[in-house]
Write a protein that binds this ligand. Structure first.
Ligand code: BGC
Length: 754
């Protein structure tokens, strides 16, 4: 390829309002790798380092140019081509302004990436990821991510920091709301579906955005559930529980990976060569780029690993962290580190190649403004199709935890319904905590949903959940004392036929930095529940929360319990249609609900231990004051239909593909959907295997009175596991096979594998 002198091209470019690189690189007959190498060969060291630098959206782009401080420094860097990506810039107009600066004013005009936390929708919000995971509906989850991508791309964003695939076993951790729960098999499938949804089939389309799987790795194992805390996991857990969803993401062609705040074996993930170089880029051959988590570069100083910011830059770059998010370490120190020979230029070139390749794949060199179409922004945000998809996902995410004497669904003619609880009238909490792209107070509240459906309701708040209005960056202040409105609610409950109580957590009690040491109903809500129960036992408890709660008292006393999580924009409509039977719940929890905080971490795929059962009264693995069992196990969830499993068959005539069949009968008069789950347990192996591990599932519609056969297969992929060296191995032995409606309610059989 022949280049003309730069200055002539630059003049041409500016005259025609297109970027310099665009002129050279929009030819389609040249491979992306050639384009990347050609561009790289023209870049100065500063420009290369610039591509490795990401800044937070730093000033009102349409406002005056910043004159001092960080904002000024960032602005100067932007104009010099020393910024490769930004985050948190909102709106087509602002995105275009920034893109114009780099395209028109920097020497090479390399377009920016625009990142954002598009976690469960952008403007139209979908259920929090933990909730939608409970649908086990990969198509619906993919569609939700796709709609999030359509809306995000319509406001100029081309990169989402999702999905979070951190496996977690500790409900105290605030970020459990952002992931798929405790299981690596299901988590892998869900992560892959989200990536398909975000990235689409063609990255060049202007509704595809790149995904970022996070947080690599181990972040979900923060000790005692306290966010950002130390992580200390064994090798087997790392290889078999934590890493598989990341591997699945790489196999699904995820374009970026975010490292994490935590240490792993005393080495911060951001500068962890074992994770980033040996496993991710080595063994797994990941071709995209790694971005640090926010400021995780400078946090290595507080960890006690980096001496200063310069040292942090050296450690992170050498360990394979390609782009620095908001810690200034690369932009301030990498050049000197290269000059001093502490970071090899090859390290820089490799990182920049990875970043540029993605920019080419996205088509940004063909059209840096491909995401800046104000017409799309106007047309697609809050589009009716998006709202409909959000409602559908919300209905699919609701878990029926208890339904004594078929109290639910309520008849449409039901009179005299009391609705109690501050959350029933809340239009903000149901949006969840990751919704920085959306608009506050835009959820359909439960009260609105019930009114929309024409329900005969009277409302009494009972008590406030919080004392002061709160925001994304403030600690939530819970009402622990004020019970002045109990009396009115009790009076209403007394004269009502049935009471719907909407209780749970405020939307900002889960999410990043939102860990809890208690898992009860916060504030005075438990007291309110018990006070109402004294006067009316006919209670339907609707829970709204971002994590499993230990609601043992409610489970013992309250006849009907609905886990409604935080369902996003359409919350109230989804809940109302479920309570009145237009929606038959089918979701199943993907995280065990503990009976008490003391049981945490609690998860279904635990080891058996050497003392699993009560061979003597005292000396076995148990609590003196609590059961070992969770309140609700992984995979549990009821329906208005009733399903009966029978006839489990295991056909091992083909050892490479074991066929499992089971019959499921819907014995009720209502059509419904069942999620049949397949678990295995290898009785003896060179590394102890968990008591059960999910290895397949099928979500199936079954008509009233109908029986359907479900067929599932086990291949070496499901039967094998990772050794402590990280090798995937399949060992001969006896396997128990369990199929059922939850991890604890199964039919069992076994087979021997040679
Ligand atoms: C979070 C990431 C997020 C990033 C950018 C960090 O604090 O840990 O998950 O993507 O901020 O907002």
């Amino acid at each position: 390829m022949k280049f003309q002198p730069y200055n002539r091209l630059r003049v041409l470019a500016v005259c025609f309002g297109i970027c310099f690189s665009q002129i050279i690189f929009s030819q389609t007959n040249i491979s992306i790798d050639t384009k990347v190498n050609t561009l790289l060969s023209k870049m100065t060291l500063e420009e290369k380092i610039g591509q490795m630098n990401q800044y937070n959206g730093f000033w009102e782009v349409t406002g005056p140019t910043p004159k001092e401080g960080n904002a000024k420094e960032k602005y100067d860097h932007l104009k010099k081509g020393m910024v490769g990506a930004v985050l948190n810039v909102k709106g087509v107009e602002n995105v275009r302004k920034l893109q114009e600066i780099v395209v028109n004013e920097t020497r090479l005009g390399i377009p920016l990436l625009f990142g954002f936390d598009v976690i469960h929708g952008h403007k139209t919000l979908f259920p929090i990821p933990l909730a939608s995971a409970c649908s086990w509906d990969l198509d619906a989850i993919e569609k939700s991510a796709h709609i999030a991508a359509i809306e995000a791309s319509a406001v100029g964003i081309n990169w989402t920091f999702a999905p979070m695939v951190d496996i977690t076993r500790d409900a105290r951790w605030g970020r459990v709301m952002e992931g798929a729960g405790e299981d690596p098999y299901l988590g892998s499938k869900i992560g892959a579906a989200q990536i398909r949804g975000f990235q689409g089939t063609d990255l060049a389309s202007n509704s595809s955005i790149i995904a970022c799987v996070k947080h690599f790795a181990g972040y979900g194992f923060a000790e005692s559930g306290r966010d950002y805390n130390t992580v200390d996991v064994g090798t087997s857990t790392l290889y078999n529980i934590i890493l598989p969803p990341f591997k699945a993401a790489v196999e699904s062609d995820v374009k970026t990976v975010m490292n994490s705040f935590n240490v792993l074996n005393g080495i911060p993930a951001t500068s962890n060569k074992f994770l980033q170089r040996d496993i991710l880029k080595g063994k797994w051959d990941f071709r995209g780029f790694v971005v640090s988590d926010w400021g995780s570069g400078y946090e290595m100083i507080d960890h006690g690993y980096a001496k200063d910011l310069k040292h942090a830059a050296e450690l992170a770059a050498n360990a394979g962290s390609d782009m620095d998010m908001e810690s200034y370490s690369y932009v301030r120190h990498l050049k000197q580190l290269v000059d001093e020979g502490k970071v090899d230029i090859k390290v820089i070139d490799e990182a920049v190649r990875r970043i540029l390749r993605i920019k080419f794949e996205l088509g940004l060199f063909d059209n840096p403004y491909k995401y800046c179409d104000a017409k799309r922004e106007k047309e697609l945000i809050y589009h009716a199709d998006n709202i409909a998809a959000s409602l559908d996902m919300a209905k699919k995410s609701i878990v029926l935890l208890k339904n004594e004497n078929n109290l639910l669904p309520l008849a449409k003619t039901q009179k005299n319904i009391a609705v109690i609880g501050a959350l029933a009238n809340d239009k903000n909490s149901p949006l969840g905590s990751w919704r920085i792209g959306s608009d506050d107070n835009t959820a359909i509240s439960v009260l609105e949903g019930l009114k929309n459906i024409g329900a005969n309701i009277t409302y009494a708040k009972g008590a406030d959940l919080i004392t002061t209005p709160t925001s994304f960056s403030e600690e939530v202040k819970i009402n622990e004392t004020d019970k002045s409105e109990f009396a009115a609610a009790i009076k209403l409950a007394k004269k009502s036929n049935v009471v719907i109580m909407v209780l749970g957590e405020h939307g900002f009690q889960s999410g990043e930095g939102r860990s809890r040491s208690k898992l009860d109903l916060p504030g005075v809500q438990q007291q309110l529940l018990e006070a109402i129960y004294k006067v009316n036992k006919n209670i339907i408890l609707v829970l709204m929360n971002g994590r499993p709660l230990a609601i043992t008292w409610a489970n013992e006393h309250i006849p009907a319990i609905v886990e409604a999580w935080q369902l996003g924009s359409q919350t109230g409509n989804a809940i109302a249609s479920t309570l009145f039977g237009d929606n038959n719940p089918s979701a199943k929890i993907t995280m065990s609900f503990p009976r008490s905080v003391g049981q945490v971490p609690i998860y279904y795929n635990h080891y058996n231990t050497g003392r699993p059962g009560p061979k003597s009264e005292v000396f076995w693995s148990h609590y003196g004051d609590e059961s070992n069992k969770p309140l609700y196990p992984f995979g549990y969830g009821l329906s208005y239909s009733k399903f009966e499993y029978s006839n489990l068959k295991i056909d091992d005539s083909n050892p490479k593909k074991i066929k499992i069949t089971v019959a499921i009968k819907n014995t009720s008069a209502v059509a419904g959907e069942e999620i049949a789950q397949l678990y295995i347990h290898q009785k003896t192996a060179s590394v102890v295997r968990p008591v059960k591990e999910l290895k397949g599932f099928s979500k199936i519609k079954i008509g009233a009175g109908e029986t359907k056969e479900v067929v599932l297969y086990l291949t070496d992929k499901e039967l094998g596991f990772y050794s402590n060296n990280g090798d995937f191995i399949v060992e001969a032995g006896t396997f128990d096979v369990m199929v059922g409606t939850s991890s604890e309610d199964v039919l069992s059989g076994s087979f021997y594998k040679n």
